[in-house]
Design a protein. Structure first.
Length: 541
């Protein structure tokens, strides 16, 4: 079976624009993982793209597509929000059976034979709710032309469609007719008069709803990857976007909609690519120097020797042979930044006092009068001291840690009797800071510091600082009481069985006896949280 993918830049800057992802880097990391996983299971994987896409995905990243078709430049006349048109164009160019897979979809096994042999295939049937209905009503207001072949009542809340994360089949001629209908529908409207967010929703109508409707009217059977119909807003993270579930529970993920902007999903995606395909990970990282301030590999010339080094580091880390902690050759960028006036401190100061005098003495004087500023200054000084410790950590240690963190996911899908024997230990690099405000919320991407500060309440909180190698120098994580207790116990290597016994002391004993399963699941959930944030490691018994 031939697999095809579509990339249309829409005139965007591929190295700077996020294309709906958490960042531009994660957009490219996703492309690499999607393509490379497909190549693991299918011999023939082709790319349909424009000149910009060819330059980055092929010339620079050298993704191993079997064949590349540069045929989408002609779509530049369309608004960039109509990304679905490029996919429809690709469908129309097929002259043999095919399966098209989106770049935000990932497989860990080939599709079944019944899927390969089906006339038409899609990811799953969708049932409309108010979610789609409200979008479609707004689209309808702007449409001046609705063709006769689109006889769907989009005011009906239960409008049906097919999710096109996966789409295709043996009946490639069907897609030629379908594509002609789509372009007639789109070209008949004044696209320049339609707002961008409305055009984005228009994609759903002409790609997913129209596909289902035409197939239904012509009596075509659609075979779906998922055997159930899903509400348009009913996709659950753990079923469709959780990288800790593959390949143990799921062998297919599709980061639909907001999941592409989910920091956890994108972080796990990057770790999986780092572990499985390090050479491509480094190629992408090298395109943005700011994403990796310390790492000293020669990214652009990553070779088998370096690949063997990566694999060797990970194996040593797993076996407890921790790479030596040694100072960086250069002073870290984070340390230089933190010794100056930080963005957090600047914002807190301005919102409390109206202006910022960069003279540190005046800041100190005012902090003595303003409790919030005083605590912000105290916290930033604590971070500064932590970063001095982080500056002693070798690149090798952090690299091995990041790769091995992916290996721990199997634990969460093991039988309970296996889980109880597993040994955990706190990563010695994790540093905890006690403070009276949750400062982590003020550093979130796209967070409104003004509104967050207004909602800050004084309370005793613990924030864990964890050193990072890629994308940032370190991260801060709010640690709840149970998390903190787990980290204290895991200062020494401890089995899950013993950890549970120690943690029982934190709960009402009657509750433990009557709701032990709930207690167990809560602890497992907390361990998953700490494993994700690289606060603890899983050791073999």
């Amino acid at each position: 079976m031939k697999i095809v993918q579509t990339f249309w830049s829409g005139g965007g800057d591929i190295l700077k624009d996020s294309f709906g992802w958490y960042s531009s880097q994660h957009h490219l990391l996703a492309w690499a993982l999607s393509c490379l996983n497909l190549k693991n299971h299918y011999e023939d994987v082709e790319l349909y793209t424009d000149t910009n896409g060819h330059e980055v995905l092929i010339n620079q990243l050298k993704l191993p597509y079997t064949k590349v078709w540069v045929v989408l430049d002609e779509l530049q006349k369309y608004p960039k929000e109509l990304w679905g048109l490029a996919k429809v164009k690709t469908y129309s160019l097929q002259n043999e059976p095919f399966i098209h897979i989106d770049s935000d979809a990932f497989i860990w096994s080939a599709f079944g034979e019944n899927f390969h042999e089906a006339s038409l295939v899609a990811q799953n049937f969708e049932k409309g709710t108010d979610y789609y209905n409200n979008k479609f009503k707004e689209v309808k207001k702007y449409l001046k032309y609705i063709p006769d072949h689109f006889n769907i009542d989009i005011d009906d809340k239960a409008v049906c469609s097919c999710n096109a994360g996966v789409i295709g089949g043996k009946d490639f001629n069907f897609f030629k007719k379908y594509a002609a209908y789509v372009f007639d529908f789109v070209d008949g409207n004044d696209l320049n008069s339609i707002p961008g967010h409305v055009l984005t929703n228009f994609n759903i109508l002409f790609e997913q709803v129209l596909f289902y409707d035409i197939a239904e009217r012509e009596g075509k059977q659609i075979t779906c990857l998922f055997d159930r119909t899903i509400d348009d807003c009913g996709y659950k993270y753990d079923e469709i976007a959780d990288f800790t579930s593959v390949p143990y529970v799921n062998t297919y993920l599709h980061l639909i909609g907001p999941n592409k902007r989910n920091q956890i999903a994108c972080d796990l995606l990057s770790r999986v690519l780092l572990k499985e395909f390090p050479e491509y990970f480094f190629k992408i990282i090298s395109l943005s120097k700011a994403s990796c301030r310390h790492f000293n590999f020669n990214f652009s010339n990553f070779n088998e020797v370096q690949k063997e080094k990566v694999e060797s580091l990970a194996l040593k880390f797993k076996n407890g042979q921790v790479p030596k902690i040694e100072p960086y050759k250069n002073v870290s960028a984070s340390l230089k930044c933190i010794t100056a006036i930080t963005p957090l401190l600047t914002k807190v100061f301005e919102l409390q006092e109206g202006s910022l005098d960069v003279n540190s003495q005046s800041i100190q004087e005012i902090s003595n009068k303003n409790f919030l500023i005083k605590e912000a200054l105290k916290y930033e000084n604590s971070v500064k001291e932590v970063l001095k410790e982080f500056d002693k950590i070798s690149d090798d240690y952090l690299l091995a840690r990041d790769i091995c963190s992916v290996n721990y996911f199997y634990f969460f899908h093991s039988p309970r009797e296996v889980q109880l024997k597993k040994i955990f230990i706190k990563d010695p690099l994790v540093k905890k800071i006690d403070t009276v405000y949750d400062w982590t919320s003020l550093r979130l991407k796209n967070s409104s510091i003004e509104s967050e500060i207004k909602t800050l309440s004084e309370k005793s909180v613990t924030i864990a600082c964890i050193p990072e190698l890629f994308f940032s120098d370190y991260k801060e994580v709010l640690i709840e009481d149970l998390d903190s207790n787990i980290l204290i116990i895991l200062e020494e290597a401890t089995t899950l069985s013993d950890l549970l016994k120690r943690l029982e002391e934190c709960f009402d004993q009657e509750d433990i006896q009557t709701n032990y399963d709930s207690f167990y699941k809560l602890v497992i959930l907390k361990i998953k949280f700490l494993v994700y944030h690289k606060c603890i490691k899983v050791l073999e018994p």
